[in-house]
Design a protein around this ligand. Structure first.
Ligand SMILES: [Zn+2]
Length: 195
C-alpha cells in the first residue's frame, strides 16, 4: 500500500492517524481551557504557566539564537525541555502566527512523543517515513489542531481564520481546505536527538 511521505528529517514514531492526533489536541486544549468555545489559544500562557503547573517535569528555556543554530525551537524528550530561540519567543508573545505555530509544534512533541522517542524513535532519512509514523508530521498536525480546532473554524474564510485564531496564512489555508502554494512550508524546528 502506498502512503504519503513526509519529506523532512524526523523520527519514526508510533503510528497515529490524523483523527487520533486531532483528538489529542482537543484533549490538550480542554486540559487548560475549559470553555470549549474559546477560539484563540494563548499558547504562551500555556507553555509558560499552565503546563509547568500541571507537569513539574516540564520546563521551558528561552535561549540565544546562537545556542540553537539553524533552528527556531526544539524539544528534548530526555528532560522534557522545550528550548525556544529568543526572537521566536518574542514574536510568539506578539502573536506572530508562524512563531505561535512553532511553539505549538514543540508542544505536539511534548504531548505525543515525550514517553516514546528514547525507546521507539530512530533517525530517518528524509522522505522514507510514511506521514502517519513521522514525528514532524504528527507534531505539525497536532499544532494545527491545537491552534485551530476544525469544529470552531467551520464556515470561516481564510482571512477570518487568520485573524480569529492568530495563525499564518498557510495554516489558515490548510484548515479551510484551500490549496497552499507551496503545498507545504517547512519550518526549521527539529527534535534534539542529533539531527
Ligand atoms: Zn519537530
Amino acid at each position: 500500500m502506498a502512503y504519503r511521505k513526509y519529506n523532512r528529517e524526523g523520527f519514526c514514531v508510533e503510528p497515529m492517524s490524523a483523527h487520533k492526533i486531532e483528538n489529542a489536541a482537543f484533549e490538550a486544549r480542554k486540559l487548560f481551557y475549559h470553555d470549549g468555545g474559546q477560539k484563540y489559544l494563548n499558547v504562551m500562557d500555556l507553555i509558560e504557566h499552565k503546563l509547568p503547573q500541571a507537569w513539574e517535569s516540564f520546563h521551558l528555556d528561552v535561549v540565544c539564537p546562537e545556542d540553537l543554530p539553524g533552528r527556531e525551537a526544539e524539544f528534548n524528550p530526555f528532560n522534557f525541555c522545550i528550548r525556544i530561540s529568543e526572537p521566536i519567543y518574542e514574536a510568539a508573545c506578539n502573536d506572530d502566527g508562524h512563531c505561535r505555530f512553532t511553539v505549538a509544534h514543540e508542544l505536539g512533541h511534548f504531548f505525543l512523543h515525550r514517553n516514546q522517542i528514547p525507546a521507539f524513535g530512530r533517525p530517518a532519512k528524509g522522505g522514507i517515513i510514511p506521514a502517519y509514523k513521522h514525528s514532524e508530521w504528527q507534531a505539525d498536525t497536532f499544532a494545527r489542531n491545537l491552534l485551530v480546532p476544525r469544529n470552531l473554524a467551520n464556515g470561516m474564510s481564510v482571512p477570518e481564520i487568520q485573524t480569529v485564531f492568530e495563525v499564518s496564512h498557510e495554516v489558515a489555508c490548510i484548515v479551510a481546505g484551500e490549496q497552499v502554494k507551496p503545498t507545504y512550508i517547512p519550518h526549521p524546528t527539529q527534535l534534539s536527538l542529533g539531527i
